[in-house]
Design a binder for this molecule. Structure first.
Ligand code: NZQ
Ligand code: ZN
Length: 387
């Protein structure tokens, strides 16, 4: 492991069928005013909303609500949360939902007492946070982003057509997260697949960089193996607890910073998807699925040995009679087959992208890359290939 690192993850995790039993105890650590934030209607339909309001009431909390958080949460909705936090002097933000709700909660948390324009300061200029943040707690209902155990907050500024992610320091990580895999049984199949691929992409973004013998790469290979195995099981039986619990934990550890330790990391697939999402409002994991194969085909020769290892270790390809190029491409082919098995899109057309959007997406994509640093022209070529 040849890159130095500092590791600290302060999020408390309560995992399993009885996880919610711990909420009341957690609530007792914060003041009386709680902002309960959730999405459109899934938590009401599943009955979780009633359970949460009962617990909040029993704990003597005064609750204000922010509902209807959309997938790819918008800056406007986030600023409505900021207004509520200030007006009601909120002591704790309780997020119940998937990555969008949790990201929005974290965005509110850092923006509530920000002097100046939070969008400019935090999402565009990545400034340090120089004021108190409002604590966030989570009840997760959909696995995929890892937001429940990290400091990420991805917000879409719809006026500017920019979807931007910010990774905050550990004081913005959720204070606690309640992970009951049973809550994910009702997630529609397309969303479940999208979440699975999001986790897979996080792991690949961290994996495809560096040439050293690094424990983190072995960890990632193991998590990918478990994720692929459990995704297949959950596709055939959405209420398979074992599969759902593995998927939920793979998602949390897939982006809780542990799987990025001592890795330079790539993240270009995510950068492209963010702008694809800003233009098409597609489901995050679906956008990643459509971009990944063309991206990896574009860069694999620059990290050839790692792509060969990916084929062997993750997809169990017998590479003995293959050249390195053939082996690497066989691994990418397996990835493509898995995307199809998940029922996710393999082209940008399926996500309602138009040809006119492609240069706009390419121009606004943040440039980075792991094995190969890319230019805007490279991004456009990848997008055309993905179209
Ligand atoms: O709005 P409701 O009614 O709750 O429905 C949601 C939504 O329509 C539904 N859903 C969630 N739990 C459900 C359920 N439906 C039935 N039963 C349940 N138990 O699923 C839909 C999608 O939810 P959403 O929260 O948008 O999905 P996801 O968890 O994939 O979050 C996506 C957002 O997270 C960002 C993405 O860019 C995107 O904006 N990301 C956040 C990251 C982070 N914080 O670290 C990293 C990721 O790379 C990602 O960028
Ligand atoms: Zn992601």
């Amino acid at each position: 492991m040849n890159i130095d690192f500092y590791y600290h993850n302060p999020t408390k995790i309560y995992f399993g069928k009885t996880a919610l039993d711990n909420l009341e105890k957690e609530l007792s650590e914060y003041g009386r005013n709680v902002l309960l934030i959730y999405g459109k209607n899934s938590i009401k339909k599943s009955g979780l909303y009633n359970k949460l309001t009962d617990i909040l009431q029993a704990a003597g909390k005064k609750v204000v609500e922010l509902s209807g958080i959309k997938s790819n949460p918008s800056y406007v909705q986030m600023m409505e949360g900021v207004r509520l936090v200030r007006e009601h002097k909120v002591d704790l933000i309780l997020a119940a939902g998937g990555g969008s709700v949790i990201d929005c909660a974290k965005g509110i948390s850092v923006s509530a007492y920000c002097q100046g324009n939070p969008w400019e300061r935090y999402w565009i200029n990545f400034e340090e946070i120089d004021h108190p943040v409002v604590p966030v707690g989570c009840v997760l209902t959909m696995a995929g982003t890892g937001s429940e155990m990290n400091g990420g907050s991805v917000i879409t500024n719809e006026d500017e057509k920019i979807k931007a992610g910010r990774v905050y320091p550990s004081n913005v990580f959720p204070k606690f997260s309640i992970l009951n895999p049973e809550y994910t049984y009702t997630v529609p199949k397309y969303q479940m697949a999208s979440g699975v691929f999001d986790t897979m992409s996080h792991l690949m973004e961290q994996y495809f960089s560096g040439e050293d013998d690094n424990t983190t790469d072995y960890l990632i290979e193991g998590i990918l193996e478990s994720l692929i195995h459990s995704a297949k099981a959950a596709l055939s039986d959405p209420c398979d607890y074992e599969a759902r619990s593995n998927i939920m934990w793979c998602a949390a550890v897939g982006l809780n910073t542990m799987t990025g330790l001592s890795k330079a990391q790539d993240w270009e697939v995510h950068m492209i998807e963010h702008q694809l999402g800003a233009y098409t409002d597609c489901a995050h994991g679906a956008g990643l699925a459509a971009v990944s194969v063309p991206y990896y085909k574009y860069i694999y020769t620059y990290g050839l040995d790692k792509f060969v290892r990916f084929a062997k270790k993750v997809w169990k390809v017998d590479t003995a009679s293959m050249t390195k190029e053939e082996a690497a491409l066989e691994g990418i082919k397996k990835l493509s087959e898995f995307i199809k098995l998940l029922g996710l899109p393999t082209t940008l057309r399926e996500l309602n992208a138009t040809e006119e959007m492609l240069p706009l997406i390419a121009e606004s994509t943040v440039l980075g890359g792991g094995y190969r640093k890319l230019s805007g022209e490279d991004i456009l070529k990848i997008l055309k290939e993905a179209y």
